[in-house]
Design a protein around this ligand. Sequence first.
Ligand code: DX5
Ligand code: ZN
Length: 218
Amino acid sequence: ASQPVIAPSILSADFSRLGEEVAAVDRAGADWIHLDVMDGRFVPNITFGPPVVKALRPSSAKVFDAHLMIVEPERYVADFVAAGCDGVTVHAEACTHLDRTLQLIRERGAKAGVALNPATSEEALAYVLDRLDLVLVMTVNPGFGGQSLVPATIEKVRRVRALIGERPIRLQVDGGVSPATIGTLADAGADSFVAGSAVFQGGGEAGYARTIGLLRDA
Ligand code: DX5
Ligand code: ZN
């Protein structure tokens, strides 16, 4: 399996000092920076778009991992890549033409990911595996940080791991990831871990580093 990746989600950071928060979590040992983009339609919450991503880009040289929780994501793929995203993940439920959208992400030069809501079957991946660099199994219903993990998603992680086989595709989990849950998810086959509230719960940079260390050890 690939080296595990810890990807703090800045959804739970202090939005009034987002650039400093990205720099702090970078220094604290984050592997990737996870960017939760919400449009108030696909999910009942609104966050930020390409101009904010562009403004954050100078604050870290780490991978910018964008998770688009928006309808018609194909309309914004080029903007997010131009703003500095290294990877773009779209929701299967939000794409009428998933195969085409994944091609578009790669054509623009980014890694292509598909996210699945808790109720969406892994069968949605069956015919696009060769177009994927990452699968994101949502372990909560997207929209908010600080929710607890939906237990049924652990079995889905196992099934997606089997589906991926030997392909060079990362298996990311997002939602309710903490030092208490990460071991189970890793055992099920996840190798990329998004954590929002667990990392940003406090303590500034030293606190972020402590939690990232705990996540890695667990
Ligand atoms: C959920 C987002 C997650 C979220 C995770 O809608 O996609 O990235 O911020 O937050 P925690 O780690 O607090 O569950
Ligand atoms: Zn996310």
